[in-house]
Ligand binder design. Structure first.
Ligand code: 7PJ
Length: 355
């Protein structure tokens, strides 16, 4: 069956008791260890330039395991160890805390620090198991921020969050910020450049024992939305993330400390974002936990008529559900309480249990 590279896109999901029963009977396979099961998969053979797709039932996959298929099946179905100490059987929410004044600022102002700290505490209280602290805007069109400025925004916030019940993540591309953040208690380095913008980030992650989120982005924030093109966005993003995972493992980062993120909105058109969203299950073939950040992004406004970012919450909840329904383990969101409610009711409706 396998000559070229194989990609597996699980589809036909089962939730709750029928999932367990179907796995038991060989009619379904566990998605990243479960609790979701898949009853079929699209097997994609080839590369971004040219690929063929064939649909298989899980039963057929179970029966025809040649070497190439076996390895991708193993990665897509094996249980994931906890990430940054957090179990992944239910979606984990990462609450977003921006310490990025839009207007002129001296950085690290008392009000700004206190505002970020109390927002982080509120997100944790609302159910965020991770809070992600960022001092550099990487939105489309944004400029880079100097190391000192970013440090003065982020470090005082982290210092005050010591003892927080949530795991602290720092959203940065810079090794100096990552190192200072780790010293101030951050456990996760969330790098939208997948540790490429500042290669010394790799050493910091190894040295400080950080868990890392590797995100795909095409180009720099300043220009990334200037007509991004791909032959096949899904396969290209997959290949990139796979290469970055292997580079990190080769540099000494334990595979169990790595999560991967397709990077919605980072060098992607509306069509690219929707292709990624609709094919998230394929990324379980990376063999690591997945993180997705759709919250309030422009594509949600395009699909769902939301001009203002804050008006994009219902669409953001729906995107979180679309990701969770494909087994994505970590969701990066602004509205933790609202997303939590949406996910709880979605889960209740599919799994038939309260939690
Ligand atoms: C993401 C992020 C994302 C990860 C931002 C925004 C832009 N980190 N940092 N994934 N987005 N891992 O929140 O709109 O999607 S900043």
């Amino acid at each position: 069956m396998a000559d070229g590279t194989l990609y597996l896109r699980p589809i036909g999901f089962l939730y709750g008791p029928p999932a367990d029963a179907a796995i038991e009977d060989g009619l379904a396979l566990p998605l990243a260890g479960g609790p979701i099961a898949f009853t079929a998969a699209v097997l994609i053979e080839g590369d971004a330039a040219s690929s063929q797709r064939r649909l298989f039932t899980a039963q057929a996959l179970n029966e025809s395991r040649d070497a190439g298929l076996e390895s991708v099946l193993e990665r897509a179905t094996s249980p994931r160890p906890p990430f940054a100490g957090l179990g992944l059987a239910r979606p984990v929410l990462m609450g977003i805390v921006n310490v990025t004044p839009d207007s002129f600022s001296d950085g690290g102002l008392y009000d700004e620090t206190e505002g970020a700290v109390s927002h982080a505490a509120a997100l944790a209280a609302a159910g965020a198991e991770i809070v992600d602290i960022g001092g550099e805007s990487t939105r489309p069109g944004s400029d880079t921020v100097a190391d000192d400025e970013e440090l003065s925004r982020v470090v005082p916030v982290l210092e005050e969050l010591k003892g927080s019940p949530a795991v602290i993540s720092v959203d940065t591309r810079k090794s100096a910020v990552a190192r200072a953040a780790a010293k101030a208690g951050a456990k996760i380095l969330n790098d939208v450049s997948a540790l490429t913008y500042d290669p010394a980030c790799m050493d910091v992650a190894v040295e400080m024992g950080l868990d890392v989120v590797l995100m795909h982005a095409k180009g720099e924030p300043k220009t990334m939305q200037d007509d991004p093109t791909y032959d096949d966005v899904v396969l290209e993003v997959f290949d990139y993330l796979e290469a970055r995972i292997e580079a990190c493992v080769a540099a000494g980062i334990d595979r169990a400390r790595i999560a991967a993120d397709p990077g919605l909105g980072f060098g992607k058109t509306l069509a690219h974002n929707l292709a990624l969203l609709a094919n998230l299950s394929l990324f379980h073939g990376l063999g690591v936990p997945l993180l997705v950040g759709a919250s309030r992004k422009r594509f949600i406004g395009s699909v769902g008529q939301g001009k203002e970012p804050k008006s994009r919450e219902p669409g953001s909840h729906a995107a979180a559900i679309a990701a969770a329904a494909q087994g994505v383990q970590i969701l990066r969101v602004h509205d933790v309480a609202g997303t939590r409610q949406a996910l709880a009711v979605w889960r209740a409706g599919l799994f038939g249990t309260e939690n």
